[in-house]
Design a binder for this molecule. Structure first.
Ligand code: GLC
Ligand code: CA
Length: 563
């Protein structure tokens, strides 16, 4: 089973700008994180993934880096960082950095030089092309609306940006760029960080010659993800990064790789590939979208059979060959309880059920800040309350195309990244205890009810349920390494699976909706004793396992010893 510490860990993701503000300027910061480490230690998580904290003009909240070896001034100083790392290590926790290697900020000195003239030595650090027929070099659409090309008047050429125009893509065909990036990664490793989440890593290589994508609709730009996702050379570049830098440290790596299924993911994480430990896959994140990528805004209902199919495929294909990263939420996604649970009438049981689902799968579970207290989506009435660059660009583009305001706002309420970015709700005081000042993004008004302080006090809270799930992972190897098997593949309401390791078997029963379906436990399971490890409801008196009536969003995990 090839044991590794990062397989046994539970990761907690922090979005620093929204986690905790220590000095009242409305912006979360490193000292704020330090002040909450005891809370995280109590929860039991052991790896903290911190979203980018590097120097940045913040057009995309730090995913636009202007100096890789400095700290964003709003977040603190390098001394604060060193203290953060020390304080984590003192508590037995590890720090995973979030590193953006696909692009920098347009304020990065490399880009400032690069754009200054065509013969600047740093010109080739980025991707510059002449226009075509009075327009951009090709028809590719950026992730954040509009063309991937921006005309720079200084030299009358276009530069490429897969994200916003403030995030020019680095040119990974230039060996000097690669050397500089390797050097920088090494610099952080020498400081003692314990791993990296590599942002947008699937996109560092683009199709040769930048060909136009098919455009049957004749639109100005088209979604052309195949032209810049998971191309063969990405693997060569990652293997070099691994062999020359990462290999020498005992770290954990996870890549953000949209647009692939488990077979292709094995190219990144397969044992012996010498690339990454895990990747974030996106298939289940598009279950409620009309199409992938920017199609995310066209919301469609998701269904459980598709979720089962996708997750089962990942579980089965990666077993013994790679490793999964399991998540339902992060800083780019709506809140999991609002999306896959029921935040109106069953917020607490459905959040616990979803947590059970993720933590009982094979793979490393990821918790996104606030998920452990069941934080929900927000619905600000006015676009003026939104801050996310993707959301704002989407709004403007749709307004320009004459789409009615209500329709745009409805999509934003469901899918805006700001749903996950509202400040962490610590207690029921002013601004949820996040800041003493004016928060950079409004706090969700439900903080009186949903907050960490009351969750910590209430033994039945989502928080305590997470704590128990994490503790169970430390006690039972089968939770980490057991082989997954799906039962009831055709059931549209109940998701049941087992995990088996040697003579132990877990039985995970999840009612994904509010109806109360009957689950008939298979005879061979009832024949030997079942130990209930965790559940979000008290078992009912005198219940009959051969005919179990599940309550709304009920989750149960049984452990059974096989002979
Ligand atoms: C990733 C990040 C997202 C960011 C984008 C550009 O998708 O998770 O937050 O906007 O990359 O760096
Ligand atoms: Ca602050």
């Amino acid at each position: 089973m090839n044991p590794k510490w990062w397989k046994e860990s539970v990761v907690y993701q922090i979005y620093p700008i929204s986690f905790m503000d220590s000095n009242g300027d409305g912006v979360g910061d490193l000292r704020g994180i330090i002040s909450k480490l005891d809370y995280l230690q109590d929860l039991g998580v052991d790896v903290i993934w911190v979203c980018p904290i590097y120097k940045s003009p913040n057009h995309d909240n730090g995913y636009d880096i202007s100096d890789y070896c400095d700290i964003m001034k709003e977040f603190g100083t390098m001394d604060d960082f060193d203290r953060l790392l020390r304080e984590m290590h003192l508590r037995g926790m590890k720090l995973m950095m979030d590193l953006v290697l696909n692009h920098t900020s347009h304020q990065h000195p490399w880009f400032i030089e690069s754009r200054s003239s065509k013969d600047n030595p740093k010109r080739d650090f980025y991707i510059w092309r002449k226009g075509k027929n009075g327009g951009p070099p090709n028809n590719w659409e950026s992730y954040f609306s509009g063309s991937v090309w921006e005309l720079d008047p200084q030299t009358d050429e276009y530069y490429l940006h897969l994200y916003s125009k403030y995030q020019p893509d680095l040119n990974w065909e230039n060996p000097v760029v690669i050397d500089k990036l390797h050097e920088m990664v090494q610099w952080w490793l020498k400081k003692g960080v314990d791993g990296f989440r590599f942002d947008a890593i699937a996109h560092i290589v683009k199709a040769e010659g930048f060909p136009d994508a098919d455009n049957p609709g004749g639109t100005q730009t088209v979604r052309a993800y195949d032209m810049f996702s998971n191309l063969e050379n990405v693997h060569t570049l990652l293997q070099n990064l691994h062999d020359q830098v990462l290999y020498f440290y005992d770290i954990m790596t996870v890549g953000e790789t949209s647009g692939l299924g488990p077979e292709r993911a094995l190219d990144y994480v397969g044992d012996g590939r010498r690339e990454l430990n895990m990747t974030f896959q996106f298939e289940h994140m598009f279950l409620d979208a009309a199409s992938a990528g920017s199609g995310k805004w066209d919301v469609v209902p998701w269904n459980l059979l598709d979720l089962k199919k996708i997750i089962t495929n990942w579980q089965v294909v990666l077993h013994n060959r790679g490793w999964n990263a399991n998540y339902l939420c992060n800083h780019d996604q709506p809140r999991s309880v609002s999306r896959f649970g029921n935040d109106l009438f069953y917020r607490v049981p459905s959040a616990k059920m979803l947590a059970t689902f993720i933590h009982m799968l094979e793979g490393t579970p990821y918790i996104y800040q606030g998920e452990e207290i069941g934080m929900t989506n927000v619905a600000f009435e006015s676009i003026d309350n939104y801050r996310d660059v993707e959301t704002l660009n989407y709004y403007e583009e749709k307004r320009r195309n004459g789409v009615p305001e209500e329709q745009i706002m409805a999509a934003i309420h469901k899918k805006s990244r700001d749903n996950a970015r509202t400040p962490m709700q610590w207690d029921n005081t002013f601004e949820g205890g996040f800041t003493t000042g004016d928060p950079w993004l409004k706090v969700n008004s439900n903080y009186m009810e949903v907050n960490a302080a009351s969750a910590v006090k209430d033994p039945d809270s989502i928080y305590h349920y997470y704590k128990k799930l994490i503790a169970l992972r430390r006690q039972h190897q089968v939770i980490v390494y057991g082989e997954y098997q799906l039962l009831l593949p055709e059931d549209t309401e109940i998701y049941v699976y087992t995990r088996t390791l040697e003579n132990e078997r877990l039985l995970v029963i999840l009612n994904f909706f509010e109806r109360e379906p009957i689950y008939e436990l298979p005879d061979d399971m009832i024949s030997s004793p079942l130990e209930l490890l965790i559940s979000n409801y008290e078992p009912q008196k005198g219940e009959d396992l051969s005919h179990l009536k599940l309550r709304p969003y009920e989750a149960r995990v049984y452990l059974q010893r096989l002979h």
